[in-house]
Design a protein around this ligand. Structure first.
Ligand code: ADE
Length: 263
């Protein structure tokens, strides 16, 4: 009987709780800073040259990491994170260039679909986007990568509960829709308008679709949350520097509320 109890205790202790974790990634230090500040029972884990932090955030087991900027860094860090921690879901949080004509810095975009806008071919007509993607396992998928509908719904509900920081008298707006990803910082009005017209993209950034592609490859539900630091126009760099912190806080605010409501 005693040995049975020991066996039970041993099995209980050796149970892998990592499958219960929610993974959270941001590209920059500023994008994960307030989440790390609130992280309880924080432990540092080094994997693949990257630093991840495990612990409890608003009552939920999480693992938080910094992907670095761009699709290559995003894909690498997502692969390492998913392979090592096998989280139940992934939330990407950060800032973006707003593409909706009415978007202001501080506004939020919940990514229902992600698209790599620099994946295609150049022919006599110029750049043509590829009509599909192929996952590493061999499966073909549509170019638009859908976020998990349940996580999108939870993020939309969470956003209603958050008091966002604002740069003007109007409260930040919350948009849901397409997010465009490319290995380029867009600071050109014409390009911004084209991304909105061609793909109905509400925001442009440099990691989301790469993270989404990896999550699809490994079957992990995900959602990408962004807040606008700029409008991807000629003042984008200045605006980015001015509002990156505010936008990062607004996006992370949804993450915190989302985790809180999962309890
Ligand atoms: N992240 C924040 N602003 C951006 C922009 N204008 N282009 C690409 N990524 C961004």
């Amino acid at each position: 009987m005693k040995s049975l109890s020991f066996l039970f205790l041993f099995l209980l202790l050796s149970l892998d709780t990592t499958a219960q974790r929610t993974a959270i990634l941001g590209a920059l230090d500023q994008e994960i800073a307030i989440l790390l500040d609130s992280l309880k029972e924080k432990k540092e884990v080094q994997r693949g040259g990257l630093t991840f932090y495990t612990g409890k955030l608003n009552g939920q087991e999480v693992v938080i990491g910094k992907s670095g900027v761009g699709k290559v860094n995003a894909a690498y860090s997502t692969a390492i994170l998913l392979d090592h921690f096998t989280p139940k879901q992934l939330i990407f949080t950060g800032v973006a260039g707003g593409l909706h004509p009415e978007a202001l810095p501080g506004d939020v975009v919940i990514g229902t679909k992600l698209i790599q806008t620099d994946f295609g071919q150049i022919d006599s007509l110029g750049f043509q986007i590829s009509p599909f993607r192929k996952l590493s396992g061999g499966r073909y998928e549509d170019l638009y990568i859908h976020s998990d509908p349940e996580l999108v719904q939870q993020a939309e509900a969470a956003a209603k509960q958050v008091t966002f920081l604002s740069i003007s008298t109007r409260a930040p707006r919350v948009f849901s829709g397409v997010i465009a990803t490319a290995d380029v910082f867009v600071s050109n009005q014409e390009t911004a308008e084209k991304l909105f017209a061609d793909y109905q993209a509400l925001a442009t950034e440099m990691e989301g679709a790469a993270v989404a592609h990896l999550c699809r490859t490994l079957g992990v539900p995900f959602v990408v949350l962004r807040s606008c630091s700029d409008n991807a126009n000629k003042t984008a760099r200045v605006s980015f520097n001015q509002f990156v912190r505010l936008a990062a806080i607004n996006s992370a605010g949804i993450v915190l509320q989302l985790l809180y409501t999962m309890n």
